[in-house]
Design a protein around this ligand. Structure first.
Ligand SMILES: Nc1ncnc2c1ncn2[C@@H]1O[C@H](COP(=O)(O)OP(=O)(O)OP(=O)(O)O)[C@@H](O)[C@H]1O
Ligand SMILES: [Mg+2]
Length: 249
């Protein structure tokens, strides 16, 4: 990991409201290129909203977002792979057809497309099930198909909204091995999660609550920032919440 890496994602003072409800509240964050960056926070913290802004599906009411120096839009779609929290797969289509559909959207064609589709299906260990329709798969298998769809075009920025939910422990390890392989080759991987197991794997993290970043840094720095060497990441999260609450009391 290169800590002086250039910035892949820059978020400046972003506010996003759903009607009168403020989901993101002046959030700022810089995500360096070529690392795994975790967005950690409880239900309703604003993680999905933030990822959807990065994917160009929502626009901030205030502040700016930039992906590799560009504002998220159709133009940044080819450099971004987005895995939504709720799957956007076609239930009646087979695994291969689903992944092929996303490959076509991203402009892959012919032999190149076939090779990429087959290679990502093998990677998520569903080759034997490639002809099965998605509706016949288990939840974890659908999760794997969803990841395959997001990575098929080999994008330099991956936006993964809770990619490890519902995975068995063995597959979770496989996913993380894969994410580490991607970042070692320069891909930036943004991952939202609730679990401190995912958090510990990330090169850097932002703890998010009520639409704001309450702390960010490497897992080690966040842990040690509590002043206790033995603090877990969970302890650290609670510590920064209390620190913030006390500052606003
Ligand atoms: N379409 C919507 N309309 C109104 N409010 C919404 C909408 N989507 C999200 N919200 C609200 O915005 C807040 C942030 O939601 P978001 O989905 O970004 O949280 P999250 O951190 O991804 O949560 P989770 O961990 O449960 O996935 C929540 O209070 C939620 O109720
Ligand atoms: Mg979410």
């Amino acid at each position: 990991m290169d800590t002086n890496a250039p910035v892949a994602v820059a978020i400046e003072d972003v506010t996003f409201n759903y009607g009168r409800f403020k989901a993101l509240d002046g959030l700022s964050l810089q995500i360096p290129k070529g690392m795994s960056f975790g967005l950690l926070g409880p239900n309703g913290a604003g993680k999905t909203t933030l990822i959807r802004l990065l994917a160009g599906l929502l626009k901030p009411q205030k502040g700016t977002v930039s992906i590799m120096g560009k504002s998220p839009s159709r133009l940044t779609a080819p450099i971004t792979g987005y895995m939504p929290q709720l799957h956007s797969l076609y239930n009646e289509l087979s695994i291969r057809q689903n992944v092929g559909f996303f490959a076509s959207i991203y402009g892959l064609k012919g032999d190149d497309k076939r090779a990429r589709v087959d290679s990502v299906i093998k990677l998520v260990e569903l080759w034997d099930r490639r002809g099965d329709s998605v509706q016949n798969l288990s939840g974890g298998m659908r999760q794997r198909v969803s990841l395959a769809c997001a990575i098929v075009h080999n994008p330099p920025l991956l936006l993964l909204d809770e990619p490890t939910v519902g995975l068995d422990p063995e597959l979770r390890v496989t996913f993380w091995d894969y994410f580490k392989d991607l970042t070692s080759r320069g891909t930036t991987v943004v991952i939202s999660s609730h679990t401190m197991d995912d958090a510990a794997h990330c090169d850097k993290l932002a703890f998010i609550r009520s639409g704001r970043v309450i702390a960010n840094g490497t897992p080690e720095a966040l842990r040690l920032g509590t002043g206790k060497e033995t603090a877990s990441l969970e302890d650290a999260f609670l510590y920064y919440i209390r620190l913030r609450d006390n500052a606003h009391a």
